[in-house]
Write a protein that binds this ligand. Structure first.
Ligand code: DGL
Length: 272
C-alpha cells in the first residue's frame, strides 16, 4: 500500500464546517487537511442555488490548486445545492454531508419517520428528503427550516433561555412524530444537548458531520489513498474575510484552538 500524503480539502460558508473538520480529524488522525471558510460571503443558507453553486465552484478551484486528493463540502447548504456541479467539474472524489447523513438516518430509524432540520436553502432544496426516500421509499420525512439557529450558535447562545424558546418553537411540529432527527446544518451539533433534551430520549440525533467523516474515511480506504500512519499531518486554514474573527470563534466549533488562519481575499488571484 502506498501512502497518499496529499491533504483532504474541506470547505464551508464560514465557521460551521469546523465541526466536520473536527469529526474528520478524530476519525483520521494522520491526514493533512486544508480548510476554506467563505467568511466574506456567509451565509449560504439564505442564497439561491445559482449563487451557492458559483461560490462553491470557485472554492473547488482553489482547493484543487492546493493539490488536495479529495474534497469535502462540509456545508449542508452547498451540499444540497451544488454537489452535482462540483462532481461534474473535477475528477477528484467529492463528498457532501447530505448522502452520509441520510444513510445514517435510515439505518437508525425503526419507524421510518425521520425529521430533518437545516437552513432554509437546505430544506427548500428537499435534498435530504429525496436522498432518504431514494434509500427507503416507505420513509416519511418531516422537514423544518431553523434559520435562527445559526445566529444563536455564532453568538455562543447554545444554552440560553432565548435559544430554548426558539428551539421549542421550531421543534414543536416534529415532537412525537419522528424517531430520528437529522442535524442538517454545520452549526446544529453545538445545539445538540438542547435539541436532544427537547426531542426526548426516544429520538436519535444524527450528526451529518460524523456521518460525513465516516464516508470520507471509507472512500479513501477503498481507493487506497490514505496518508498512512507515519506522516506528520498538516492543517491549513484559509478564509475570505476576517481571519482573526474566524480564529476566535472557530475554537468553539473545533473544540481546540484554530491554527494560523490566512486571508484569501480574491479566490481568482489565489488560483494564478
Ligand atoms: N454552513 C451552513 C450549512 O451547513 C450554515 C451557515 C450558512 O447558512 O451559511 O448549511
Amino acid at each position: 500500500m502506498t501512502a497518499d500524503t496529499r491533504p483532504i480539502g474541506v470547505f464551508d460558508s464560514g465557521l460551521g464546517g469546523l465541526t466536520v473538520l473536527r469529526a474528520i480529524r478524530e476519525r483520521m488522525p494522520h491526514e493533512s487537511l486544508v480548510y476554506f471558510g467563505d467568511t466574506a460571503r456567509v451565509p449560504y443558507g439564505t442564497k439561491s442555488a445559482a449563487t451557492v453553486t458559483r461560490f462553491a465552484r470557485e472554492i473547488l478551484d482553489f482547493l484543487v490548486g492546493q493539490n488536495v486528493k479529495a474534497v469535502v463540502a462540509a456545508c449542508n447548504s452547498a451540499s444540497a445545492l451544488a454537489l452535482d456541479a462540483l462532481r461534474a467539474a473535477c475528477t477528484l472524489p467529492v463528498v457532501g454531508v447530505i448522502e452520509p447523513g441520510a444513510h445514517l438516518a435510515v439505518e437508525c430509524s425503526r419507524t421510518g419517520r425521520i425529521g430533518v432540520i437545516g437552513t432554509r436553502a437546505t430544506i427548500t432544496s428537499a435534498a435530504y428528503e429525496r436522498t432518504i426516500t431514494a434509500l427507503s421509499p416507505d420513509a416519511t420525512v418531516l422537514s423544518q427550516a431553523c434559520p435562527l439557529f445559526v445566529s444563536l450558535v455564532e453568538e455562543g447562545w447554545t444554552d440560553h433561555p432565548v435559544a430554548r424558546m426558539i428551539a421549542r418553537e421550531y421543534l414543536a411540529p416534529l415532537e412525537h412524530r419522528v424517531d430520528v432527527l437529522v442535524l442538517g446544518c454545520t452549526h446544529y451539533p453545538l445545539l445538540r444537548s438542547l435539541i436532544g433534551e427537547l426531542m426526548g430520549p426516544d429520538v436519535a440525533l444524527v450528526d451529518s458531520a460524523e456521518a460525513c467523516a465516516h464516508e470520507i474515511a471509507r472512500l479513501l480506504d477503498e481507493r487506497d489513498a490514505c496518508a498512512g500512519p507515519r506522516t506528520r499531518p498538516e492543517e491549513r486554514f484559509y478564509v475570505s474575510d476576517a481571519p482573526e474573527v474566524f480564529a476566535r470563534l472557530g475554537e468553539r466549533f473545533l473544540g481546540r484552538p484554530v491554527g494560523p488562519v490566512e486571508l484569501i481575499a480574491e479566490l481568482d488571484e489565489a488560483k494564478r
